[in-house]
Design a binder for this molecule. Structure first.
Ligand code: NDP
Length: 475
């Protein structure tokens, strides 16, 4: 009898939580309903300059051995005109278009046609059909989590070709890098344009759409929360993970192959970059189900920011270290290389463990052990839009007791390691750490602003106990 009542109570609580999340979310989730001038200016700046920034970086490697200052100096001193640089830029080719179309089609095929098998034989891996978080309209989407499988199949085929079949050269990606950039841009713009049209005229879930009325803002930040085609093709999950992140490790392998072809060796710096970024990518796919609960999927709408960003920004700028090392084959001293490896692994450990601790804490409602002890936390409450009060917990022990976003700190340490692997001759490979610092600091402030309005005085209590954001004693 007691067990029966307990079960009933648990079910009621679950139902209550679900309603609670739904109601609260209507007011606090996702992007803005109204656009202030600063947001609009930022959106216009990014729409105009982000594609140019990507072009500038890739062109400077292609034409100036990865120097970021030489093209500017050439232009400012009149040594070269913009047209000179543009005329030397490889254009779109049929070959690149064919490679890119094949790649994207293959990834779509792997995503929609092959249900996950990995969870059947990999202990601890969560794959197959999984539920996402409750959307602001109260929908719980189902996702086919098969990214790890897609990654494994793509890489097995890559190695099979490189070592057995020789259908194409492993340097194929490097050899077509700029023509492929045009293809990635075409897809990025096509998918973002399709997303806004779909959002206006045939949204998957009209209640989960946000329209500010400002075309540029809506185009950039997206209208639809979870656009889908059919039951399973989810734009956010597909474009966030594949084709960009599956490609990330293949791009690095292609850069390593090119280094071997040009310089007769693969340097230890190139191996370091391949290994450290490979761990990060594999971690992403191993934890794809957890990823459904992160800010990208839970709060962001699908627009140019995600569509173009995933197609162009991520594969082209997150791989700058490998590209740089093709032009500058840095051979690191062994002790230095070991130091970089340690930093990268330590950063990865902190990143993963911090995320894991929060995940475990929230899944078990605090009934777990963190570093061998019962976790410490602050009870907090928040109101939904209809005035109902709900309860939650903020952990103050483990890595979450060191800083409020120590997961970002780990991520930044890993990012710094990729850059340090490239030596100190040029600024270009350090773009990644600069960008990640801006991205994660902004994300931290954005998230804390949201949490502060959600939890009010309880958030103040929490920040009084855990005083720093990223670095204990510093920030
Ligand atoms: P977090 O995983 O840090 O989630 C933040 C949320 O966690 C808060 O909104 C709050 O949600 C909850 N929370 C905050 N403090 C606590 C606490 N003390 N105890 C329990 N819950 C708490 O943020 P992200 O989703 O942004 O990041 C996920 C990972 O992805 C990070 O490791 C990040 O480094 C990585 N990342 C990588 C990027 C890349 O390009 N490489 C880009 C973006 C992220 P609630 O409202 O539920 O309380």
């Amino acid at each position: 009898m007691a067990a029966h009542q307990e079960k009933k109570l648990a079910e009621e609580r679950k139902h209550q939580n679900m309603q609670n999340d739904t109601k609260t979310s209507q007011g606090q989730w996702g992007r803005a309903w109204e656009v202030d001038w600063f947001s609009l200016a930022s959106v216009l700046f990014l729409l105009m300059f982000a594609p140019l920034i990507v072009y500038y970086f890739i062109m400077s490697c292609d034409q100036y051995q990865c120097s970021l200052t030489d093209p500017l100096l050439d232009l400012l001193t009149g040594n070269k005109h913009l047209s000179d640089i543009w005329n030397r830029t490889p254009m779109l080719t049929y070959r690149a278009a064919a490679i890119y179309s094949l790649w994207v089609t293959f990834q779509v095929f792997l995503y929609v046609s092959i249900p996950d098998c990995c969870h059947k034989f990999l202990p601890g891996y969560v794959g197959g059909v999984q539920e996402g978080a409750v959307t602001p309209a109260g929908v719980v989407n189902k996702y086919e989590i098969n990214g790890l499988q897609a990654w494994i199949i793509s890489h097995v085929l890559w190695f099979a070709n490189a070592y057995c079949f020789h259908f194409f050269s492993p340097t194929i990606i490097f050899d077509n890098w700029i023509p492929l950039l045009w293809c990635a841009n075409i897809l990025g713009y096509a998918v973002s344009t399709f997303a806004i049209i779909k959002g206006y005229f045939f949204p998957t879930n009209a209640k989960d759409c946000k329209i500010t009325g400002n075309f540029f803002y809506d185009y950039m930040m997206g209208i639809e929360f979870n656009p889908r085609i059919g039951k399973w093709f989810d734009f956010k999950l597909f474009f966030n993970g594949r084709p960009g992140i599956v490609a990330w490790t293949l791009i690095n392998l292609s850069f390593a192959a090119k280094q071997q072809e040009l310089h007769g060796e693969v340097t230890n710096s190139m191996i370091l970059v391949n290994v450290l970024q490979g761990i990060y990518v594999l971690d992403f796919f191993w934890n794809e189900a957890w990823y459904l609960k992160t800010i990208d999927i839970c709060h962001d709408h699908f627009g140019w920011y995600l569509g173009w960003g995933d197609c162009v920004w991520l594969p082209y700028l997150y791989t700058l270290q490998g590209l740089y090392l093709v032009y500058h084959p840095v051979q690191l001293r062994t002790d230095y290389a070991m130091g970089v490896l340690m930093l990268g692994l330590l950063g990865y450990y902190i990143f993963r463990m911090t995320n894991h601790q929060k995940d475990l804490f929230r899944r078990t409602n605090g009934n777990c052990r963190i570093w061998g002890k019962k976790p410490e936390y602050i009870e907090c409450s928040y109101m939904s839009v209809d005035g109902t009060k709900y309860y939650s917990k903020l952990m103050t022990s483990g890595f979450w007791g060191w800083a409020r976003h120590f997961n970002y700190t780990g991520d930044l340490m890993g990012s710094l390691a990729y850059c340090l692997a490239c030596g100190f001759e040029h600024l270009l490979p350090y773009f990644y750490i600069i960008y990640m610092t801006i991205l994660l600091t902004h994300r931290c402030i954005r998230d804390e602003h949201r949490c502060s309005s959600k939890y009010g005085k309880d958030w103040k209590c929490y920040t009084a106990v855990v005083r720093y954001r990223l670095l204990p004693g510093v920030f």
